[in-house]
Design a binder for this molecule. Structure first.
Ligand SMILES: *Cc1c(COP(=O)(O)O)cnc(C)c1O
Length: 411
């Protein structure tokens, strides 16, 4: 057993760090050029058949020099992006990324920390990002939250907490079958389909989501909502949660959040706001008034990979009641025992959600917020809304065009 190995043990480390340093510098230079010169390329282009076929290759069994692998990435991957970082990409509603965020994702991977928790800097940094998000939406410092992969997961988390709190039974132990009267959730008919997926996954079914008609501006009709709740109570259902839209994905419509907050309180319902688009209006000086009432929500989903332009993916759910997330998700397995001191003495972030191992997503949000400051992001959001209203003006003035819906946040 005391024979020393003759050759260095096989590992994943570079055989020659100088060589990898040179290649890395080239990758960084290429990445800078890729971002700087984005306007010189079309936002999107069809991939030639030959390039497509490159993705049908067999499972690699033997090594290839990293430089060759990178060559393939340059020609087959970097040349055919989705295009959403391009200034002339106008499809769907999504963020454009930012270079600082890209650097952050690289550094996060280099550090490689697992944000399941523990006592290390990344955990403190994520807590700080959550605290900043709580400040943005106007939640108290005692509120909690967690970073997830995006708005769909953030909404799922919010609705799961709502279900558990409003079920009237211990759903974590007994399951949804123990719920006495079927729960009802309410939103406008403009709600994003991730809520349907969430309620299906939560065992409540698509029918548990009542889609309430909207007014001509695509905002939820509060009178219709009120009658639906009364009707459901009379029919033996248990109204549980109002889902307010702060920016719908079809037209950017923002529900009357103040009215929804008041109704939720009167009816003793959980008030969740899908703020994937519009929660960040709270930082835009000219438009923050459009989301008045957001701070009265019980939970808010927001999406830093949209209007904060963090590279994909990062979403965030915030819950006003400090321990509600842990009450819904925490477990204490022996392999994740907390200790008095040392690495395992820090906060266990996995207790606030479904994931155990978690990416260091917070760094890209933290670095970009530090670099630019929240006020710049707010001004840019204001400018986007000005642009949408300008476009609506041009369309209205055009004889062959018609504005099909009010421009985002125009009401
Ligand atoms: C984008 C969006 C979602 C889903 O968020 P993802 O980050 O794509 O998962 C949910 N609701 C609204 C209003 C959205 O705009």
């Amino acid at each position: 057993m005391n024979d020393l190995p003759m050759a260095p043990a096989e590992s994943l480390d570079p055989a020659d760090w100088t060589e990898v340093a040179e290649l890395s510098h080239r990758i960084i230079d290429d990445a800078i050029a890729h971002s700087r010169d984005v306007r010189k390329r079309p936002p999107w282009q069809e991939m030639p058949e030959q390039v497509r076929q490159g993705f049908d290759g067999p499972l690699p069994r033997t090594p290839l020099p990293l430089a060759d692998v990178y060559e393939e990435v340059v020609h087959s991957v970097m040349a055919y992006p989705m295009g959403n970082v391009h200034p002339r990409f106008w499809a769907w509603f999504m963020g454009s990324g930012n270079f600082t965020g890209a650097l952050a994702d690289f550094l996060a991977a280099v550090q490689g920390s697992n944000l399941g928790g523990g006592s290390h800097a990344a955990v403190l940094l994520e807590n700080q990002v959550i605290a900043w998000c709580n400040e943005i939406v106007g939640f108290p410092a005692t509120a909690n939250g967690t970073l997830v992969s995006g708005g769909s997961m953030a909404n799922l988390m919010g609705l799961a907490v709502a279900r558990n709190i409003k079920a009237g039974v211990d759903v974590r132990t007994l399951g949804v079958a123990a719920i006495a009267r079927p729960l009802r959730f309410y939103s406008s008919d403009q709600v994003h389909d991730c809520h349907r997926k969430a309620l299906e996954a939560l065992g409540l079914g698509n029918c548990s989501l009542r889609r309430i008609p909207t007014d001509c501006d695509f905002r939820i009709n509060i009178a219709a909502l009120r009658s639906a709740i009364a009707e459901d109570r009379a029919a033996g259902f248990q109204p549980a949660c109002l889902i307010g839209n702060a920016g719908t994905v079809n037209t950017g419509a923002i529900d009357d959040l103040e009215a929804l907050a008041t109704l939720a309180r009167q009816e003793d319902l959980w008030f969740h706001v899908d703020g994937c688009i519009g929660a960040l209006l709270a930082i835009a000086p000219k438009n923050a008034h459009r989301v008045a009432g957001l701070q009265r929500a019980d939970s808010v989903a927001l999406d830093p990979h949209k209007w904060l332009h963090a590279p994909f993916d990062v979403g965030c759910v915030l819950v006003r009641a400090g321990t509600a997330l842990q009450d819904s998700f925490a477990t204490a397995p022996e392999y994740l025992e907390s200790t008095q001191r040392g690495l395992a003495s820090g906060r266990w972030l996995h207790e606030s959600g479904l994931q155990t191992s978690r990416a260091f997503r917070a760094l890209k949000v933290w670095m970009a917020l530090k670099q630019h400051g929240i006020e710049r992001f707010g001004r840019l959001i204001d400018r986007n809304i000005d642009q949408a209203q300008y476009l609506a003006g041009l369309i209205s003035a055009h004889r062959q065009l018609e504005v099909a819906a009010p421009p985002p946040a125009a009401v």
